[in-house]
Write a protein that binds this ligand. Sequence first.
Ligand SMILES: [Cu+2]
Length: 179
Amino acid sequence: MQTKKTGHPHQYDGPGNLRCTVKKLDRHWSPNSIFIGSAFWLLALLALYFSVNFQAKAADNKSMPVIDTSTTKLSEKGRYEVSFNSMAGPIEINTIHEWRLTVLSVDGTPIDGLSITVEGGMPMHDHGLPTAPRVTESLGEGQYRVEGFKFQMPGHWTTTFNFIDTENFNDSVTFNLML
Ligand SMILES: [Cu+2]
């Protein structure tokens, strides 16, 4: 029987040629290589998705920073646990009012005898406080009366208390307020 000769690779061209063609197909389109190829593209798409998502989140965080408005904070150098409350209740814009500051050591011992100065302002507006609040009385039990607070507009305010103890040790704490 005579075998038909042709140049077409997929056509039966004798047993040798068929084996060769199947082998070729196997190398290029086996289920394994299809799976690996799909997995690669799936991973590439996932990587792209997460990278875009992450960038969007980072941009979000930049425009809307998370501001810690806790009224109890550890001082910068970690020596004191400081808290405040407004004596007139919730702080109202354009109202002069008084704060009570409480200073404790980290193990809860009230700290009296501190020399305390007050500063503050609006970081986004680049201006300070409209008044000059100051500590007017040490009340004992680590409590201090701070008079003369006023915030004249809504927004993000900071208030910083600087502490100097009897051994000249400096520490400070900064509170954030969203008014
Ligand atoms: Cu302002």
